[in-house]
Design a protein around this ligand. Structure first.
Ligand SMILES: Nc1ncnc2c1ncn2[C@@H]1O[C@H](COP(=O)(O)OP(=O)(O)O)[C@@H](O)[C@H]1O
Ligand SMILES: [Mg+2]
Length: 195
């Protein structure tokens, strides 16, 4: 962490060549993912016939840097859960990036109907909802909550909902137990509401 904190300090410009950066990291760029207005640039890439999702901070400021590192730290603790896109590596040189397993399928937002309402029954049956609940419980039991459970952060892969973004998760150690319980409750509400 100390080395990471001391690592390269420069600002990613608007024209930053992500594809070239991906090549320099030893991966083959495939396509851009996610929306332009997000604070991270996410690309799909390949290496040795496997697909990866590579997440770069757009601004090289403290917040983006810490947030990417925090996501990696959470994934190292819960990445063994089946319902999560696991972390492969955290790269600091020549560019700061988090490499995750790529989850094939469609982000949940594709299943949202016009008025922003998901018709859950059409999306998955009780078995997959149970799978989702177990993933959520696994994350909470590992001591993390405040997951941003929005349809953009869930990919439906072979019918199973997989969490692909744990960037907003907070560690129980960093907050008081009452606040942690509140976050857990909010996660469960979000799950019941959307999924
Ligand atoms: N591991 C992954 N597998 C498949 N798609 C992914 C993966 N990671 C990210 N994506 C796609 O990229 C989008 C943005 O990634 P995300 O990690 O959620 O970044 P942000 O912090 O900008 O929300 C997601 O909504 C999803 O469509
Ligand atoms: Mg996201």
């Amino acid at each position: 962490m100390q080395n990471f904190k001391k690592s390269i300090f420069f600002k990613f410009s608007m024209e930053f060549d992500y594809k070239n950066a991906i090549k320099q990291m030893g991966y083959e760029p495939v396509c851009k993912m996610g929306k332009n207005q997000c604070s991270f640039a996410v690309y799909r890439a390949r290496k040795n016939d496997k697909s990866y999702a590579i997440k770069f901070p757009k601004d090289f400021d403290e917040w983006d840097r810490d947030s990417l590192w925090s996501e990696y730290s959470v994934l190292r603790k819960v990445g063994n859960l089946e319902g999560i896109a696991s972390a492969k590596e955290f790269v600091v040189s020549p560019y700061l990036a988090l490499v995750k397993e790529y989850i094939s399928g469609k982000p949940m937002r594709f299943f949202i109907e016009d008025k922003g309402l998901i018709s859950r029954q059409k999306i998955y049956g009780e078995e997959n909802r149970k799978f989702f609940r177990e993933t959520l419980k696994g994350i909470h039991d590992a001591g993390f909550a405040r997951l941003e459970l929005v349809p953009e952060n869930i990919v439906l892969s072979k019918g199973r909902p997989i969490f692909i973004d744990l960037g907003s998760a907070i560690n129980a150690r960093d907050i008081c137990s009452e606040t942690f319980e509140n976050y857990k409750e909010k996660d469960i509400w979000a799950m019941e509401e959307y999924f």
